[in-house]
Design a protein around this ligand. Structure first.
Ligand code: HEM
Length: 200
């Protein structure tokens, strides 16, 4: 089986797990509050897939495994897919499609504000992800797709603020450190390229 198909199927695991837990009720199923369980699970997997997308280039450069680049678009689209599931769970089961109520919530709760901003910023990246779009937009495509760092940072802030109520920062700290490391790698790579250019 081609590697891309294997990765595609493997990345459906979080969704398959939710369906299986919901249908079979195994291991306590979706718990006492299934909506919260699904919201939290889809939120966390969005963040995981965002981090994997950001890690592809550094890992590719460090290991020399150029084939990794083939997976980046697919993993990025999976991040978007889980963000859509996350947002859908919220607007459907939390707000019952009451847009006015949702807008009120976005204005009132900062963690929802930044989560919503991250989601809105993901949409243009998903829309422009096809190769034909990249060719059409040229350099502007790269500039646009750099917003993924802002999106990941907003996602960390969203996670941090959500956990602030319970002073439970363990996971936000871990993911925050991962995003900072990936961002730091980019900045260093950019500075090195600049100084090499100047020397040349
Ligand atoms: C890129 C976009 C987003 C990412 C990466 C993201 C990520 C997360 C993460 C990591 C969590 C915590 C999961 C856990 O507890 O383990 C979470 C929770 C949550 N997010 Fe998001 N989120 C995003 C967008 C949104 C949007 C657009 C909304 C709604 C407008 C939203 C609403 C919520 C809610 C209601 C919770 C659960 C709060 C609770 O259970 O108390 N998120 N999200």
């Amino acid at each position: 089986m081609p590697a891309k198909v294997i990765v595609f199927i493997a990345m459906l695991y979080p969704l398959a797990r939710l369906v299986l837990l919901g249908v079979t009720g195994a291991n306590g199923g979706l718990g006492a509050n299934p909506i919260e369980f699904i919201t939290r699970s889809t939120g966390l997997w969005t963040l995981v897939y965002l981090c994997i997308t950001l890690a592809i280039t550094p890992v590719r450069r460090m290991t020399g495994i150029t084939a990794l680049a083939r997976f980046r678009r697919m993993i990025g689209l999976y991040a978007f897919f889980f963000a859509v599931l996350h947002f859908t769970t919220y607007i459907w089961f939390d707000k019952w499609f009451d847009v006015a109520e949702m807008l009120k919530d976005i204005g009132k709760r900062p963690f929802i504000t930044v989560g919503f901003a991250a989601f809105m910023l993901l949409i243009p990246l998903a829309v422009t992800s096809p190769r034909a779009m990249a060719r059409k937009l040229g350099r502007r495509w790269q500039t646009l797709h750099r917003t993924i760092y802002l999106i990941a940072s907003l996602a960390i802030l969203h996670f941090w603020w959500m956990k602030a109520g319970k002073h439970d920062f363990e996971l936000p700290k871990i993911y925050g450190a991962i995003v900072i490391a990936l961002l730091g790698w980019r900045v260093i790579a950019w500075l090195k390229a600049k100084s090499a250019q100047r020397r040349a």
